[in-house]
Each structure stands twice: as structure tokens, then as C-alpha cells.
Design a protein around this ligand. Structure first.
Ligand code: SF4
Length: 1020
């Protein structure tokens, strides 16, 4: 029988015609049966609604090709179990494994087990099946190509054999069986009164075969296609090609509808002139808007704001609105975020990978815990995550804070043994007083005594529960995991539809693993193998929230899913170069020539213009087209050719949304946005005051802060001018306060850093790393030098000091990890050798500095442990300074030389003293004579231990000019230091903490780096 093809442009009434024919058929035979085949469930739902609205759907079945195939198999009594996505994935993995074990994979062997490769092969097999390319046909064809294709053919054959042997089919295989049944039973489906195929613009080989076979027995078979007969329009090429393929394989008779679309004139103009030569621009009366937006996230916001306006202002139902997205994975997070903020329900038609669902990601991280030996971050996350209840292990989510403090204190990097060491050490310790102001780490969250013991006991029991060594079958592993999840009450309260969908997806995945094992008779495997298998399936499986069709929501559609659907308002986003149309590349697995031989759709020349035409003609009343104008790297992003093709039909210029320009508050999509724009406009309209006033007042303060921080020069209270706090600061940093040189230097370098680090007592908390840090290195070297000089028989003789150095260093190194709190790396032994060698060089080089200096004192403390402090005279009084002088030498005239050891070489020049960044050396020299009463200093220098040389600042040779005044020699250095100390202390007391980024950039250890607006990255 002849198959009728009804061809006409979009919105000319094809679906209405279909409904009319259904009603005519049912009028004569009320029970039908009539079948309607549409591309997917969404279209099926929409068609049913229209059918019901136009008089009823009894006797008519609406479904997709998969439903039709199942119906054919049911009637032929040939129904087979259909493998779900995870089961199919599992079977494919077994097939790859089999081929590889048999030596059939050489090219793909290194990547054969990777989830990405499995996904690609899955896609290849699905495409071959949809085009009805049998394994032997593919194998035959692949012989003319290369090893890549031959190996794929082997996998395909092995997969087909496995699934055939167990009597199952995959989603694509069902169509083979259905067409086979039709071929074998000429009367099958003959009772069908009418078969309608609506909403497609192209058909794969399997679909065409089914249509042809059904056309031979169903008296009335009608296919609708967009376009016009013999059309040569670029926009219609895709449909013309489909029509030609149908006509080549079966007898067809083409019918037309009058080209009289029920679209608003501007939309009709777009439909009839898109991609046509000599386009005519028309005023669109706001029916079509082109919007240029800065970035993709902002594009998602603008599109949803526009749809919200259609719902609220034009009274559209969310059912009547759609958003068409060419790259859903890119836009999904932006749309979710904006949809939540705007209070708009969105219904995505495509799912996401199951492994990306937050609860599943948490589960995979939990399973990694034992495999990766309890690394710090994963352990903290397992305790913190809300998806597990660890109370049976006496663990609570807040314990993650204490465990984090323990890990910093005890240098826990990974390993239960490290956790045990750190927690048991704290369990036997008394609660410590607040840490010393200069000490790193520590803090009030550090648990001690019973609390630390509880944490260790909980962690140990939890770890025991997670660990399993030995071999088990996959079924046993799945039972083990299910028991574990039961114990942890995983997803017991599934609060959101996404959680529910993730839970069901996991259940199906575990089932698939068991089924796969039964089918493939796998051997027992270890836990690592099981987790790898589980991850592979979770990464390759999609999940989707259960669709609640009756709940109003805006549809978010891919371009292909939008075919055949109509909405009152449609937004099409992503009209940028490379996004839509996407860049076409040859398929690396199935070359273009082979695709043609096999009858697969080409990868090049896919006629994406036809897809855009379909997307742009889905709207009956309003259409929004958007494009981002800046790429992620800040470069200008060219528009898509589809954007340009639309522009030439629209009289109005595109609207450019510039984030810096004020906008009408009435257009805001959420209260947050309304407030943000109101701040920008510097006024909240009266009508919004009722609800937004308190938040508005709060925001005014934020605006002032923002404004202050954007000023070129820092000034004012939001940038560190705390003169309002001068009274309390004077009290805190008054005459009784004892200063360390490092604090004075911190202020001298950047007053704001002093405020954050010292006044607020904040510190940068770095996660522990293997090996020692700069501070620990410095302490080690200082101690070794001090002890070596102390123990040397003749401290003035370098050989004698070197003799002592060797055993002192050995002793210090032996206990260093425990004493200074670091975990040695594999290079620790080598490091020791280097350090010892550097220290020896330092001893020799200091001795060569000048004859006549004899070491006489080491690590001399002033202003601490009851010793007198250094009093520095400043404006209006004295300032007390404390510290530890590394080393003092004496000459035969009783004069002193002060040496301060340094491990790094930065900021040790005269300029650093002149500018007030380095004050330690002159302060120590002043202390030597005044606080320590050891004699008159004649020299002072910084000594760089690891370079075995002195810094360029020598107090005896110092010379600097500040504001016209010359400072020279020791006395000059002392006087200048005194002036700096005075300025610094006055600055602190008066609350002047403006940020001054240090020359060369801000140091990474400044606690304000994360938020300071004056931050300057350091150069190299
Ligand atoms: S980030 Fe730079 S400017 Fe800001 S406080 Fe720290 S050192 Fe000063």
C-alpha cells in the first residue's frame, strides 16, 4: 500500500491534520486500533494532550518507535527482556574483556577498560544497530579500513553474541527483532486502522525498515515532514534528504497543506525567509528579540528572565514556554542556578551522568577512602557529608572541624597510622592553653584527652567497617555494599527528586552488576576491582528526575528534542561560533567514507541549518535568540552564522545587555536581582519598599564598602582606616605592650597585613604537606649552628666548630620530624647531607669575614623569660621590644658584632631598612648594648646560611637618606630605626591600617590574600 507523506512548513497544521484523521478513523471504528509514533516521551505527552483536548484518545495509542517495536513483539509473542543502560554497559565491558583476553585488541588494548572508551564503543554499536548494520556486515566493511575498525568490529560481534546467548536485547536491538517479526509474519499488525508518524525530520535505517514493512499491511500510514516538496531551500535540505530516502525505499505519495502558517507575521517572515537569498527585514514588534549577553551564565539568566516575564506579564503557562539549548551539559548548571533563584520550575529532557549526582559522588569518595589509605581531605569529607549517618561510630558531622584541626596539628597527610599517632598523642595530652601568638597551627578546635580518644575509636571502628580484603564475587560485593549503605543510612531521607533519581539509579546499577556477573560467569575479584567496575558503570549511566508531567514547568530541550513541539514562547540560547552550529569533525572511529558505505548519517555536512530552522520555528508567538559576546578567556566571541541569518530578517538591532549599565527594576527575575539593580541605580522605588527595605538598608552598607574598595587609593574605614578604634588600640598597644621586631616589620611592610595577622590574629591554614616548611627549616639550622658553636672546643676556629657540627647535626636531624612536627619525605636523607654541607660552608665563610671576631654569645633573649626588654624612645614615651639575638661576636677591643641568621635572602638590603621593612638587625644591635649590656656594637649583619654569605646590609657601612636627612653608620641606622618604630607604633595606636602591597607582590602567607582588594600577585 502507498505510504502518504504530508509535507508542509512548521505551524501549518500537520498535527491538526493527523488528529483529524485519527478522529475520522475512530468515528467509524471507535476501538481503533490507531497508532501514533512520535520522537520521544515528551512529544507523546504533548500529542496525547492535544488529542484529549480535541475529543478523546480512546482507541489511539501514542508512543515512540521503541513502544511500537515492543507492541509488535508482544503481538508476535516474541517479547524479550530489554537490558537497561547499566546492564548493557556491563555486557559490553565483558565483551571487551573477552576480545582483549583472546588477543583481539592491540590498538585499543591500553584504553580498553577506560569508561570513556566504553562510552564511545556503546555509541558506535548503537549507531550501527539503528542503521541495521549487522556485526558481520560491519566486519566485512572494516577489512578495507584499518586495525581501529577491525577491532571495533570484533567487540561488536562479541557483544552481540553475549546478549544473543542470554536471549536479551538492548534498546536498539529491539528494532531488529521487531522488523524480523514483521518480515516473518505478513499479517502482524494488519488490524491497525491507521498509523501516524509525526514530529520527525529524519529517520534512521531501522525506522525506515519498520515503516516500509508496516506500510505493506496498514491501510492508512501517514508520515508528516516539515518543508515543501522539491524545496531547494537551505533550511529544508535536511527534510528533503529524508523524503528522498523514504521515497527510495518504499512507495510514497506526497500530500501538501496550504502554506498558511498560524504564526505571528514576524515569526512567519523568519520561517519563510531564513537562509534565503535576498532576505527582507521586517519590524518584529517585539515578537522576535535578539539579545547579546556577556557570558553563557548570564545568557541563561536572561533567557529565563524573559520566559518569566512571559508567564507573569503575558499570562503564559509554564507548559507553553520552552528553552532550546544546543549544548545542554554546558548550560545545565547555569540554568539550574538561575531557575532556582527566579523560582522557575524547569524540566530537563535529558539526564546527567549518575556519577555526577552529589550523593553518588559522596559514595564513590567513601569507597576511595580505604583504597587511598584515608587521605586527609577524603576522610574529612566522609565525616562531613550529610549523606551518611556515622553516629553508630560515635561520629557526628561537626567532628570534621576537630579532625581538621588534628590533621593540621599532627601533620596528617594520609594513612590510618598518621591519624592514630596524631589522635593518640592528643588523647594523652592535657588541654593546652591558647597557642602562642607567633606559633603556627593550633586553635580552640583541637581536641584533647577523652575527646581525642573518642575520635580515634570512632575512626578506627569506621575504618574497620569499610575495609575488606580478599576476593569475593560481584554479587557478594554488592551485598556487602548494600549492607554498608544500610548501616550508614545512605539517602534514607531523599529530600529532592534528584536524590530520589540518584538512589534509584544506584539500585539499578548494582542490579546490573549482579546480572552482568551471572551472565558472564566472572571470577571472584578484590575490592579495588569491584570499585573500579562500579565507578565505570556509574560514569557511563545517566540519571534523570522522574518526570511529573502534570506539574507546570518550563521545558529545557536539546535541539533534536524540540522537533514537532509547539510553544507560545521559545528562547534559543548559544548562538555563538562553535556552539550552534557545533564544529563538525570527522568521526575518529568511523571515517566518513565508511559511514557512507554502511549507510550511517554523515558527520560532516549535517545540515545543522535545518536544526536551527526547526528550533526557531517552534514558537507561535514570541521568540528570543541569545548569544554570548565574550568567551571564557575574555576574548570577543563571534556570533553564529544562524544569528547573522536571523539578524538580516529583523529590522530592530539586537539588544546588548551590558552588566555595568543600570536596568529597570521591574525586569528583575528575583528579589536578589531587584536589590542588586536598585543599588546600582542608587535608589529603591517606593513600590518595592514594603518587602525589600531591610535588605536594601543592609545592601547600602555593602555598596559603600564596595565603593570604597574600588577607589584608586585606599582610604576610609572599609580599607583599614580604623581611627574610630584609636582609644582601644592605644590601650592594647600602649606603653605596657612588648613588641617583637617581626611585628614591627609586618606593619612596616603592609599595615593592613599587620591588622589582619596580628590585631585580628588570623593565619593562613595550609593543609599539611610531606616534608618541612621554611619555618621548620630555619629553626633546625639555627639550633644546629647554636649548638655547634657552643660545643666547639674553640668557637673561633672553624675546624673545631665543624667537628662539633657533624654530631650536633646528626642528633638534631634524628629527632627533627618529631620535634618540629613534619613528615620526612623520601629525600630526607639527601636533604640532611645538603644542609650539613651548607652549614659547614657557612662556618668557614663566617670565619673568613674578618679576623679578630670571636663568638661570645648565642640565642640571647631580651624582653622574654624575665629578662629586660629593649626600650626604644619614640614620640611621647618608650616602646618595649623583645627578641632573641642569634649570635654575638666580640673583638679584642670588646666591641660587638651582631649576626642574625636567615635561611632566605630577600629583604636584607640597606633599602629595606631605609623603607622600614627590616628593623631586626639594628634593634638587636641596640638590645646587645642596652638590654643585654654586653658592650658597644660595632657591626651588624644578616647571614644567609644556605648561601654562606652575608646580606648587603652592614650596619657599620650603612648610609641612607630619608626626607632630606642623611643617616650613616650604626648610629644613623639606630636613629632611623627609632623613627620607623615611632611611626609604626603611632600608626597602630591611631588605627591606621591601610593596605600597601609590598614591592614585588604580596606574600602568599599574608592571611588577607584571599580577600584583600589591594592584593598584587608576586612576580618571578
Ligand atoms: S594582600 Fe597585600 S596589600 Fe593586602 S594585606 Fe596582604 S600584603 Fe597587604
Amino acid at each position: 500500500m502507498t505510504i502518504k507523506i504530508l509535507i508542509s512548513p512548521p505551524a501549518t497544521g500537520k498535527t491538526e491534520q493527523c488528529i483529524q484523521r485519527i478522529q475520522d478513523a475512530l468515528r467509524e471504528h471507535p476501538m481503533g486500533p490507531v497508532w501514533v509514533v512520535v520522537p520521544d516521551r515528551l512529544q507523546a505527552y504533548a500529542f496525547r494532550r492535544r488529542l484529549a483536548a480535541d475529543g478523546g484518545a480512546i482507541g489511539a495509542h501514542v508512543g515512540n518507535f521503541g513502544d511500537l517495536y515492543q507492541e509488535i513483539l508482544r503481538r508476535a509473542a516474541k517479547s524479550v527482556p530489554v537490558a537497561s543502560e547499566p546492564v548493557g554497559h556491563r555486557l559490553l565491558r565483558s565483551a571487551i574483556h573477552q576480545v582483549k583476553a583472546a588477543g583481539g585488541l592491540e590498538y585499543y588494548a591500553p584504553i580498553a577498560e577506560k569508561p570513556g572508551f566504553l562510552r564511545v564503543v556503546e555509541g558506535v554499536i548503537a549507531e550501527l544497530k539503528l542503521a541495521r548494520v549487522w556485526p558481520e556486515v560491519f566486519h566485512e566493511a572494516s577489512l578495507d579500513y584499518g586495525v581501529k575498525q577491525i577491532e571495533l568490529a570484533r567487540i561488536y560481534a562479541a557483544y552481540q553474541e553475549i546478549i544473543g546467548k542470554i536471549g536479551w536485547a538492548d534498546q536498539e536491538g529491539v528494532n531488529w527483532l521487531a522488523t524480523e517479526a514483521l518480515e516473518m509474519e505478513p499479517d502482524l499488525m494488519r488490524d491497525l486502522l491507521l498509523l501516524i508518524v509525526d514530529g520527525f525530520d529524519s529517520f534512521n535505517g531501522a525506522q525506515r525498515a519498520a515503516i516500509r514493512l508496516l506500510g505493506e499491511r496498514v491501510p492508512d500510514l501517514l508520515i508528516t515532514l516539515p518543508g515543501t516538496q522539491d524545496s531547494e531551500r537551505t533550511a529544508h535540505r535536511r527534510f528533503t534528504r529524508s523524503l528522498q530516502k523514504l521515497a527510495a525505499e518504499m512507495p510514497v505519495e506526497v500530500e501538501h497543506l496550504p502554506n498558511n502558517p498560524y504564526l505571528h507575521p514576524p515569526l512567519a517572515n523568519l520561517e519563510s525567509n531564513l537562509f534565503q537569498p535576498e532576505p527582507r527585514a521586517q519590524s518584529t514588534q517585539n515578537r522576535i528579540i535578539q539579545l547579546e549577553v556577556r557570558s553563557q551564565p548570564e545568557e541563561a539568566r536572561e533567557a529565563l528572565r524573559w520566559l518569566k516575564a512571559r508567564i507573569l506579564r503575558d499570562d503564559f503557562s509554564p507548559f507553553e514556554c520552552a528553552l532550546i539549548v544546543p549544548n545542554l551539559e554546558k548550560y545545565r548548571p547555569y540554568l539550574r542556578e538561575a531557575g532556582d533563584e527566579f523560582g522557575l520550575p524547569l524540566r530537563f529532557t535529558k539526564g546527567e551522568p549518575l556519577a555526577s549526582a552529589p550523593p553518588i559522588a559522596a559514595l564513590l569518595a567513601l569507597l576511595d577512602l580505604t583504597l587511598k589509605n584515608f587521605p586527609r581531605r577524603l576522610t574529612l569529607e566522609a565525616v562531613r557529608t550529610p549523606y551518611f549517618d556515622l553516629s553508630q561510630f560515635n561520629f557526628f558531622h561537626d567532628d570534621a572541624i576537630s579532625l581538621e584541626a588534628v590533621s593540621l596539628h599532627g601533620q596528617v597527610i594520609e594513612g590510618l597510622d598518621q591519624w592514630e599517632d596524631a589522635l593518640l598523642a592528643l588523647a594523652s595530652a592535657e588541654p593546652t592553653p591558647e597557642s602562642d601568638e607567633d606559633a603556627a597551627g593550633g586553635g580552640s578546635a583541637l581536641p584533647c584527652g577523652e575527646e581525642a580518644a573518642r575520635l580515634w575509636s570512632g575512626l578506627k571502628t569506621f575504618a574497620d567497617r569499610l575495609m575488606y580484603s580478599g576476593l569475593q564475587t560481584t554479587g557478594e560485593w554488592v551485598r556487602w555494599l548494600e549492607d554498608l549503605l544500610e548501616d550508614l543510612q545512605f539517602l534514607r531521607d531523599r529530600e529532592t527528586p534528584r536524590d530520589e533519581a540518584a538512589f534509584l539509579g544506584l539500585r539499578e546499577t548494582l542490579r546490573a552488576l549482579v546480572v552482568g556477573e551471572l551472565i558472564t560467569e566472572e571470577e571472584a575479584i578484590d575490592s579495588r576491582h569491584f570499585v573500579t567496575n562500579l565507578k565505570g558503570v556509574l560514569e557511563a549511566t545517566g540519571y534523570q528526575e522522574r518526570v511529573r508531567w502534570k506539574e507546570p514547568a518550563i521545558q529545557v530541550l536539546g535541539v533534536l528534542e524540540s522537533r514537532g513541539l509547539r510553544y507560545r514562547a521559545v528562547a534559543v540560547v548559544g548562538l555563538a561560533e562553535g556552539v550552534f552550529p557545533e564544529i563538525e569533525r570527522e568521526d575518529p572511529f568511523l571515517p566518513e567514507e565508511l559511514r557512507e558505505v554502511l549507510g550511517l548519517e554523515p558527520r560532516l555536512g549535517r545540515e545543522q541549518g535545518g536544526l536551527f530552522y526547526q528550533a526557531a520555528t517552534r514558537a507561535d508567538e514570541n521568540l528570543l535568540l541569545t548569544r554570548p559576546y565574550l568567551a571564557e578567556d575574555g576574548e570577543r566571541w563571534e556570533s553564529s552564522p544562524f544569528w547573522i541569518a536571523s539578524s538580516v530578517l529583523i529590522e530592530e538591532s539586537p539588544v546588548v545587555v551590558r552588566p555595568e549599565l543600570p536596568r529597570s527594576i521591574q525586569d528583575a527575575g528575583s528579589s536578589q536581582e531587584a536589590l542588586f539593580w536598585a543599588v546600582r541605580r542608587q535608589g529603591l522605588p517606593k513600590e518595592f519598599e514594603g518587602v525589600l527595605l531591610p535588605r536594601w538598608q543592609h545592601l547600602r552598607i555593602s555598596r559603600d564598602i564596595l565603593q570604597a574598595r574600588l577607589e584608586r587609593e585606599p582610604a576610609g574605614p572599609f580599607d583599614g582606616d580604623l581611627c574610630n578604634l584609636a582609644i582601644s588600640l592605644e590601650e592594647r598597644y600602649g606603653a605596657e605592650h612588648t613588641w617583637s621586631p617581626s611585628r614591627l616589620e609586618t606593619y612596616g611592610t603592609c599595615p593592613h597585613r599587620f591588622f589582619v595577622q596580628n590585631a585580628l590574629d588570623l593565619e593562613v591554614r595550609e593543609p599539611p604537606e610531606p616534608g618541612y616548611d621554611a619555618r621548620q627549616l630555619g629553626t633546625m639550622l639555627h639550633i644546629i649552628l647554636e649548638e655547634a658553636y657552643r660545643q666547639a672546643e674553640k668557637p673561633a676556629d672553624p675546624e673545631s666548630v665543624i667537628d662539633a657540627l657533624e654530631h650536633v647535626a646528626e642528633e638534631v636531624f634524628a629527632g627533627a620530624p618529631e620535634r618540629f612536627g613534619f613528615r620526612p619525605t623520601a629525600l630526607w636523607e639527601v636533604d640532611q647531607e645538603h644542609m650539613l654541607s651548607d652549614l659547614k660552608e657557612t662556618v668557614l665563610a663566617i670565619a673568613e669575614l674578618g679576623e679578630g671576631w670571636i663568638p661570645m654569645a648565642y640565642e640571647r633573649v631580651f624582653g622574654l623569660e624575665g629578662s629586660p626588654s629593649l626600650s626604644v624612645e619614640v614620640e611621647g614615651g618608650f616602646v618595649q621590644v623583645r627578641g632573641v639575638v642569634d649570635r654575638l661576636d666580640e673583638d679584642d677591643e670588646g666591641r660587638l658584632r651582631v649576626i642574625d641568621y636567615k635561611t632566605g635572602s630577600s629583604h636584607l638590603s640597606p633599602r629595606d631598612l631605609i623603607e622600614g621593612r627590616r628593623l631586626q638587625l639594628p634593634l638587636y644591635a641596640m638590645a646587645a648594648s642596652q638590654a643585654l649590656d654586653l658592650g658597644k656594637p660595632a657591626e651588624g649583619l644578616y647571614w644567609i646560611i644556605r648561601s654562606a654569605k652575608a646580606g648587603s646590609l652592614r650596619l657599620s657601612k650603612f648610609r641612607g637618606e630619608v626626607e632630606g636627612e642623611t643617616f650613616a653608620g650604626l648610629e644613623g641606622a639606630f636613629k632611623l630605626t627609632q623613627q620607623h618604630v615611632s611611626r609604626i607604633v603611632m600608626g597602630v595606636r591611631s588605627g591606621s591600617f591601610l593596605p600597601v602591597p609590598p614591592r614585588g607582590g604580596c606574600p602568599s602567607y599574608c592571611p588577607a590574600v584571599a580577600w584583600c582588594w589591594r592584593y598584587v600577585a608576586s612576580g618571578w
